[in-house]
Design a binder for this molecule. Structure first.
Ligand code: CA
Length: 265
């Protein structure tokens, strides 16, 4: 319980923190493999602009009607999933035009999902991770956001079990569960999901953007061969904009069920 409470606090803190980091420009698309994924063009390496931090400061609450009509594009182990650029499955009419084709920052991705009793996807098992990797490959996507987050904000420093944070400080904010240490293959997994490559040439997570513009790479995205490394996990600064996969949130579904006894979710 203590772990859950801490994470609840730190995730909210993270929400505020992210907006302090949003820069005043949006072009983070990688056009070639020479420019690192997380690096802005030279003339756009600006620090976050406070004037651009008014939107999406807090985690969104679930909206019962949206939860009831949430998109159930596919199912895996009892959870529904949805890719933000698709318009198939139940509930897509409501979503059409909202998320299709859009790229959003990490917090906005979570909030689009959370309003629907979902959250950005969390891959706690290798089977689920393989499912997401396969989806990215089949659709030839360049990248997606997940709910992965580094505990590098208020409330984390006193957690000795999370240090050093680049190894022990990553967690899935969808389910408030810690990830395995980043410096080795997770127990029971056949392969290390973190990339062996990146902007600095070394393994992920590498917090590479911090050396460029002092913005920490605190969010987990899956990149598709950006560094000729296949489909792999990367730590990425949270302001970058990407499409996302939503996954049912048991906590939000339970909350809405509890407060709306007759609702069918
Ligand atoms: Ca990185």
């Amino acid at each position: 319980m203590r772990l859950l409470l801490v994470f609840a606090v730190v995730v909210a803190a993270a929400a505020a923190q992210i907006n302090q980091r949003r820069p005043g420009q949006t072009n983070n698309r990688v056009h070639n493999n020479q420019r690192p994924h997380n690096q802005q063009p030279q003339n756009q390496q600006q620090p976050p602009q406070k004037a651009d931090s008014q939107k999406g400061t807090l985690l969104s609450l679930p909206e019962p009607q949206l939860c009831a009509s949430r998109p159930k594009q596919w199912n895996f182990n009892g959870h529904n999933y949805f890719f933000s650029w698709d318009n198939e499955g139940e509930g897509f009419y409501e979503l059409a035009g909202e998320t299709q084709g859009r790229k959003v920052n990490w917090l906005e991705a979570r909030n689009e999902c959370r309003r629907r009793c979902m959250d950005a996807v969390s891959m706690e098992t290798e089977a689920e991770n393989n499912m997401i990797f396969q989806f990215i490959q089949d659709r030839n996507l360049s990248y997606i956001w997940t709910s992965g987050r580094l505990c590098d904000f208020t409330g984390c420093s006193e957690r000795k079990d999370l240090h050093p944070i680049n190894i022990y400080g990553w967690f899935w904010s969808n389910t408030n569960t810690k990830m395995a240490p980043t410096n080795s293959t997770p127990p029971g997994w056949a392969a290390q999901p973190w990339s062996p490559a990146g902007h600095t040439g070394g393994p992920q997570p590498d917090n590479a953007e911090y050396d460029i513009n002092q913005t920490s790479e605190s969010c987990l995205g899956v990149l598709n061969n950006i560094y000729k490394d296949g489909i792999k996990w990367h730590d990425i600064a949270c302001y970058h904009k990407k499409p996302f996969v939503c996954e049912d949130s048991d906590a939000l579904l339970d909350y809405v069920k509890g407060t709306n006894p007759t609702i069918i979710l």
